[in-house]
Design a protein around this ligand. Structure first.
Ligand SMILES: [Zn+2]
Length: 80
């Protein structure tokens, strides 16, 4: 049974503070909302905003690469 790589990296930092970044995009094809989450040790928006993200629209199945900074909304939650 294989373990996804992201679980390995999270396992070593399980004692550290964790934040979930929830980003809300507008699908470039159908204009409906696409929400994704990222996990980070950083609470600041800028750390995640520097990334490019793959988003998949659940309405029209369009795949897009978008800069995180293009999100319409960016929420951060403590994830202890
Ligand atoms: Zn769409």
């Amino acid at each position: 049974m294989s373990i996804p790589a992201y679980r390995i990296s999270l396992g070593s930092t399980s004692q550290a503070a964790m934040y979930v970044h929830i980003l809300l995009f507008r699908c470039p094809d159908c204009n409906l909302p696409v929400a994704i989450s990222r996990v980070s040790k950083e609470k600041t928006l800028e750390v995640v905003d520097a990334e490019f993200l793959h988003i998949t629209c659940s309405y029209c199945d369009k795949l897009s690469d978008v800069p995180a900074a293009a999100a319409k909304k960016h929420y951060v939650e403590d994830w202890a």
